[in-house]
Ligand binder design. Structure first.
Ligand code: GDD
Ligand code: MN
Length: 422
């Protein structure tokens, strides 16, 4: 808005105030764009190099473990999940496995009973219940769990065979309350899967830095390993059980850490249409939990976690960047239109535009742009859905990630939305 002048040529007081606020609005917009993308990662890297803590993991440390697999219509995957567990390089006599099936209509529980009869796992328990959501199912299992360490995981997930031993070894360090590993996306043949591949490369790295400095809220539900006595029960209304756990562990005085050697994988949706739905739900869960535990934000007693990590992660979830970019763009245009732009700034804008145009020739840059744009879109949708209460603990299952397990992997190219060489 231009500052209005009255008939005597003086500035209107409100117009004057507004133009006085412009530099502040510009700085805030720039900050909201640069902090999560560039400045926060650099700050984290610098701080964790200076103040970061190594985890005193001790290999050979083998506490008793309860692995919880909540299932709702996972008949195509549950056998594969249990066979994966049976192959872990860990004393299976110390591993209790609890499958909580919430009234699946596809015979998931019957498959589990068959596996029980076959004796694939020495200590396999099946609990059947009505569907009340994933967190409620985990709560039922927590009530029965006997292991000192709990590992919650999803039906489509696979762990590296050494991962369980690596995870367990981290609990030899008394400051560690929860551990996750690095998420690998196995099949990246469609564009939506490549988006997720790069997204997770970045997320893995950032959360590892957060964990080295203090603790991370990004504990993957696919590999969600924690001390049982720290988390007696979850909030059953949550759609991000994993973040609910991570945000309970830190105020109890323990860290949530990442062991990159312990890796796990899970297929991602083959189309953006499907990824759009599941990723929005995951982001709604993030917002829901950061707001639930907002009392820790900017509280010095929670150290770097309260003062830096949580506020930055909340800013990352808030859909402010599209508006900041639009505002900055309109400012540049306004200045150009009023010919108030100095030749230098006009050259800078032209150089930036040219730079982006040239950089976009590289597939890596194009993929990074895709990740940024798609995720901003997701945050916008997620925020609106969260405000309107448009989410449910009984969420819709992705179909393409279940089909893959049925040997239909060959159709994974179906979701390709265009032929960008990314
Ligand atoms: N018992 C039970 N009851 N299990 C359920 C229910 C339910 O109502 N709903 C989903 N599950 C099970 C699924 O069968 C699967 O094993 C696991 O929970 C994860 O469900 P997905 O539908 O595959 O979730 P995702 O991988 O897209 O979700 C991600 O975000 C979630 C939070 O929004 C993962 O990180 C999950 O671990 C996380 O819970
Ligand atoms: Mn999952």
């Amino acid at each position: 808005m231009s500052s209005k002048r009255n008939s005597k040529g003086r500035r209107h007081p409100i117009g004057g105030l507004l133009s006085g606020l412009r530099p502040l609005a510009c700085s805030l917009s720039l900050f909201s764009l640069l902090w999560p993308t560039v400045l926060y990662p650099l700050t984290l890297a610098a701080l964790s190099r200076r103040f970061g803590k190594r985890t005193a993991a001790r290999s050979g440390y083998e506490p008793s473990v309860t692995i919880i697999v909540p299932t709702y219509n996972e008949a195509s995957l549950i056998r594969q999940r249990l066979a994966d567990i049976a192959a872990y390089e860990y004393d299976l006599a110390r591993v209790e496995v609890i499958v909580v099936d919430s009234g699946s209509s596809d015979g998931t529980a019957d498959v589990v009973e068959t596996v029980q009869r076959e004796g694939l796992l020495p200590r396999l328990v099946l609990i059947r219940e009505e569907r009340r959501g994933k967190a409620a199912a985990i709560n039922v299992a927590l009530g029965r769990a006997s292991g000192d360490i709990v590992v919650a995981t999803d039906a489509p997930t696979l762990f590296d065979p050494q991962a369980l031993a690596r995870l367990a070894a981290n609990f030899a360090d008394p400051s560690v309350g929860a551990v996750t590993g690095d998420f690998r996306i196995p099949d990246q043949s469609t564009l939506s899967q490549r988006e997720e591949g790069l997204f997770w490369t970045i997320r893995n790295r950032l959360r590892r830095l957060e964990a080295e400095l203090d603790s991370t809220p990004f504990l993957s539900g696919e590999m969600c390993c924690f001390r049982r006595d720290l988390v007696p029960l979850l909030d059953e209304d949550t759609v991000a059980d994993d973040m609910n756990i991570a945000l309970r562990v830190r105020p109890a005085g323990y860290r949530v850490v990442v062991d990159s050697v312990a890796s796990f994988s899970e297929p991602r949706a083959t189309s953006f249409r499907e990824l759009n739905v599941s990723k929005t739900r995951r982001a709604v869960g993030g917002i829901q939990e950061l707001f639930r535990f907002r009392r820790m934000i900017f509280r010095p007693r929670y150290g770097w976690f309260g003062m830096l990590i949580l506020p930055s992660d909340l800013l990352y979830y808030l859909p402010v960047r599209p508006f900041a970019l639009a505002f900055l763009g309109s400012e540049v245009l306004r200045r150009l239109a009023k010919r108030r732009a100095s030749p230098l700034s006009a050259i800078a804008v032209a150089a930036a535009a040219l730079g982006i145009h040239r950089a976009a020739r590289s597939p890596a840059v194009r993929r990074a742009m895709l990740v940024a744009l798609f995720n901003e879109w997701i945050f916008l949708r997620a925020f609106v859905n969260w405000v309107r209460g448009h989410y449910s603990v009984a969420w819709t299952q992705e179909q393409s990630t279940r089909r893959l397990a049925d040997g239909a992997a060959a159709d994974s190219g179906q979701g390709r939305t265009d032929e960008w060489a990314l």
